[in-house]
Design a binder for this molecule. Sequence first.
Ligand code: ADP
Ligand code: ZN
Length: 727
Amino acid sequence: MDFFDEGTPCGVLTAEPLGRVLDYLAPEGGVWVGAFVEVPLGPRRVMGVVWGAAEGSFPRAKLRAIIRVLDAVPMRAELRAFLARVADYTLTPLPAMLRLATRVPDLGSGPATRKLLYRSDSPPARITEAREKVLAVFDVFGGAGLTPGELAQAAGVSSAVVRGLVQAGALLEREALRDQPYPRLDPLRAGAELSEDQAQAAARLAAGVQSGAYGTTLLKGVTGSGKTEVYLEAIAACLAQGRQALVLLPEIALTSEFLTRVEKRFGARPAEWHSGVTLSERRRCWHMVGQGAAQLVVGARSALFLPFRDLGLIVVDEEHDSSYKQEEGVLYHARDMAVLRAAMSGGQVVLASATPSLETWANARAGKYARLDLTARFGPNTLPEMRAIDLRAEDLPSGRWVSPTLQQAVTARLAAGEQALLFLNRRGYAPLTICRACGHQVECSDCDARMVEHRFLKRLVCHQCGATAPMPVKCPACGAEDRLAPVGPGVERLEEEARALWPDARVAVLSSDLFGSARALKDQIAVIAGGEADIIIGTQIVAKGHNFPNLTLVGVIDADLGLSGSDLRAAERVFQLVRQVSGRAGRADKPGRALVQTSQPDHPVIRAILSGEEEAFWQSESAQREALRMPPHGRLAGVILSAPAMEPAFELGTRLAQADAPLRAIGAQVFGPAPAPIARIRGMHRVRLLVKAPKGAALQAAVAAWIKPHKLPRGLRLAVDIDPQSF
Ligand code: ADP
Ligand code: ZN
């Protein structure tokens, strides 16, 4: 049933934390399923969506009526079904899904019109306001309409002045569209002339889009091979069919370069959806997407939950990037949910990467995803030559991290007027602050993490919770004065070393925490791309697809970082990161080189990185995981119990581990309880149980049945993490 006549019961989903689908009576004039409505909940009025038939769990005589139907375009059946599927997949309550899909200000007022002020053409009758104020007001008009508030603010006058001008007839009030439509993208404009490989890949993707059916393709291409040009053609095919397209990027800082490329290709900029856009832009995007008036959206993972009318293509760029996994609130992986959404809407997915995740590689190998390879860089560009620097053979005094061999190479590049990048995936000055008198390490009081010295901020920072503290003068443990010393390198310390080694070079640091805003980070990237820096020092943020045309040398300071540790994914991560960052070298007409500092040049991962024998690397990783029945050859679910104290979390964890019958019924095993990968954060202790199930098992249902009988003690929180990324 799609329509509920006035007075008939229907089920309404609200976004309230403890909410669920509740029954209400349809209002005067009836209501369609999917409509956004306002309903009474206790003494309050809250927003909800008519979700479907009444649950019937409440006597009809006691039902309250929907207060009003909101203006917003009703939520389409496809999106409702998608939210329900994601809720089932991630074991998330539906209200949390609704919150995710309605993160837009002022949703209720809809896409309709509002009153804007315009400048009158005819001479005003009589103006009593001071002349300069009037001029100020007239000055800010560029023909576009403004609200009285916007106008007063822009002109720097009071709202009384604006009102006076309206009364005098100098300003006219007119109804205008609340949200300006986006300029049209023209898919028929000519794109770049593609190489033969690119053209073939583009044709395959376009054919997929034109089929109108679901399909996922891994677009694997070395950095600089022109993957973006290729998937722009798939977008063109999608837009030409009148369907909408979505491009997900892992990093806001990457959007501006991408927007420029879209503008060049299609003649206008697309809609944007991420934490960096203003509230009114979010509003505009959400409503325009819902009306089908936004053809292309570029966004962060949550753009997946926008109310597209007809989504024909989703591109997940840098698909291996770990930031696609949301680790708070609803724990979902945007790449996997993109595939789910496309399967439900009959769309295509393009997963683009130079170093795909093992999961995607395996899906392509198993034939679940198609695979297209771009093996060479576009044009005459060649891939960087990769070499190891064996740190055991280098004369490197303690407190220094740039080996003589690397130093020489950088000096040569600088002499040639080119840029060099020193890569170290550690923010701050030094990862450790140790007391030389007693050996005490300064730790965060709320987390299981060390405090990291940041000289730039002149403070200690906890990288887990963000807490900061002044640099202590005395050791907090033994009280010794001036004995606290930094141990190990961070990018800020590396910067110090670089300035000492190359005093005449312009050094720029690229680290996410040095920039208060996405804008400042963008500016810094532009400075580097424009050639206004000689040496770039960066954390993993530089590995993410920025184009620095004059960069010819990449020095990896410590390739061994991350190789130790028990995480089974460590090898994959190091491989991706070092290959990605090395790929930054030599993009334009200058050949590039990557020098990788390591103390274990014979380690299989380091060897795979240097040889570039990727297929062999993935096969061996895949075989190791298969032997252990770990993803992608098995399935995992994490259950995280967190509480202000450790004991109750461990206690419940132990009880859960013992009551594992529902898990054994599907052939699954449970491990733990053990301290979670983040064992304490913001004063909460975290304990994890890990469920390992065979590949085809009904994991979610079993986990739900397993947890359900256990009552949570007060203050204890339980979160399920399906497909955890650390294991
Ligand atoms: P990837 O995403 O694979 O790293 P890009 O699509 O960013 O590669 O392309 C790398 C560089 O090569 C970019 O500067 C891009 O403009 C250029 N390029 C790629 N393909 C073409 C083409 N067919 N014609 C002109 N320039 C191209
Ligand atoms: Zn902390």
